[in-house]
Design a protein around this ligand. Sequence first.
Ligand SMILES: *Cc1c(COP(=O)(O)O)cnc(C)c1O
Length: 238
Amino acid sequence: MSIEEKIQQIQTNVAVTCERAGRDPKSVKLIVVTKTAPTPAILEVLRLGLCDFGENRVQHLKQVADEVADFQAAHAEDGHTPPKVNWHMIGHLQRNKVRQTLKICNTIHSVDTLRLAEEINTQAHKLGVHTNILLQVNCSGEAQKYGCPVGAAIHLAEQFHTMPNLRLVGLMTMAPLTKDTDRVRACFRRAREIFDEIKGERIAGAKFKHLSMGMSQDYEIAIEEGATLLRIGSAIFA
Ligand SMILES: *Cc1c(COP(=O)(O)O)cnc(C)c1O
């Protein structure tokens, strides 16, 4: 299948799953994860009109963002107005890479400690920007390298919400790597419960509306459990 066909297939699956779950398909956004993709494939996605891209390594982010910007500049010369690309940082972020990341990304999905949030707030202030962040929570019930423990999520969300250059826009989680769909679903459901609690208690304000969950293997389950941002790579590029 071509990239175009794969994207169409995903969009169809999203629409069918939303229908089944009684959700508006417009409430679910596809973030195209470019980490394994060669540049021509990324440009192909851009030509198809998708403009939310996710990266998990700062090095590759810089390279790919430059190439996309060059492509768009060339297109602008042809008299087209290319869509504005939104870059999402979705992977573990070291504090010494925050500044570089903020120069490219307006949204960071993987904020899981107070120290990281403080550094993003400091650098965003210096750059004169407001950065959208999501609190990454480990809802998998197993030892994962990243994501705050479930029990720490509410308190961290409260602290993130007080930082003036951050906008806490949601939660992010990653399902366990397993074919056991019950465990995958339980993880997403846990994230949804924490999300509802933060929203219900008005801990985070009106911008708090996203659940970033669901990848190539599990995005349909994630939609059923309330995902608004899907992060999909290999189903498009592999
Ligand atoms: C790689 C990655 C994805 C996409 O995974 P696929 O299985 O390729 O769809 C999503 N989220 C994060 C954090 C990733 O690192």
